[in-house]
Design a protein. Structure first.
Length: 237
């Protein structure tokens, strides 16, 4: 029994030494970091410089992908990481892309607008909103963490707006309240009201909205408002 235990202990020691050796030999230390992507606002060389300062010389087996993504986000909010690939023996390939504006967001205690992408990252500020992107007003408290909005209601609204625009309806403005959200299309003279809890059945609600607009469109009746908070939507003409 003692002999078996000694053999197992020896095996564990050898395995530990082997892992330590692989992690620490120069052959498997990060020596090259290659960043690719089409960017206008951010220099590829600047991104590579930040990553080299952090990761060059580390073991290829010990770097953390999530940390790398967060480092890029904190230093370059205008870009996002598309992919990270480890090419043995010692190269990291990072593909990035510029974030695209999705909406203007105005806080209830603020006069201007934040220009944000679909993930809530702030790309800039503006005194006014034009018609290039939907303009949103938050009539509730929202959490702006660093360079990013961390608010689930806002993300739900973003997703719903994308769904509505996929139906061919351009959204011009939106309002986020404590228990509901409203979107407006100036082109269609249409208002749609949804619950803050819409996320669970968003696709169903979008299908209902599409059917309502198609049905009354065929009949030649212009729908001005649809309230989707109820099982039987309230429709105004």
């Amino acid at each position: 029994m003692a002999r078996v235990f000694a053999l197992m202990l020896l095996l564990v020691i050898l395995l530990t030494l082997g892992v330590w050796g692989v992690r620490n030999i120069r052959f498997f230390k990060i020596g090259n970091i290659v960043v690719t992507g089409e960017t206008k606002l951010v220099s590829i060389k600047d991104v590579e410089a930040v990553l080299n300062r952090k990761y060059k010389g580390q073991s290829v087996f010990s770097y953390n992908k999530e940390d790398l993504v967060n480092i890029i986000a904190s230093n370059f909010p205008a870009v996002r990481v598309v992919s990270v690939k480890l090419v043995l023996p010692n190269t990291l390939r990072v593909d990035i892309a510029e974030r695209k504006p999705f909406a203007y967001v105005r806080l209830k205690i603020q006069g201007g607008y934040y220009i944000v992408d679909e993930d809530g990252y702030v790309l800039g500020v503006s005194d006014r909103a034009d018609y290039a992107y939907p303009s949103m007003k938050l009539e509730k408290d929202a959490n702006l963490s660093g360079a990013r909005f961390d608010d689930n209601d806002l993300f739900v609204l973003f997703k719903f707006i994308s769904g509505v625009e996929s139906l061919g309806i351009k959204v011009s403005t939106a309002v986020v309240k404590d228990d509901s959200m409203e979107i407006f299309s100036s082109e269609r003279d249409l208002k749609v009201v949804i619950s803050a809890e819409i996320q669970a059945d968003m696709d169903v609600r979008l299908t209902i909205l599409d059917k309502i607009l198609r049905k009354y469109g065929v009949e030649g009746r212009r729908v001005k408002s649809v309230d989707l908070r109820y099982s039987n939507p309230i429709i105004d003409f």
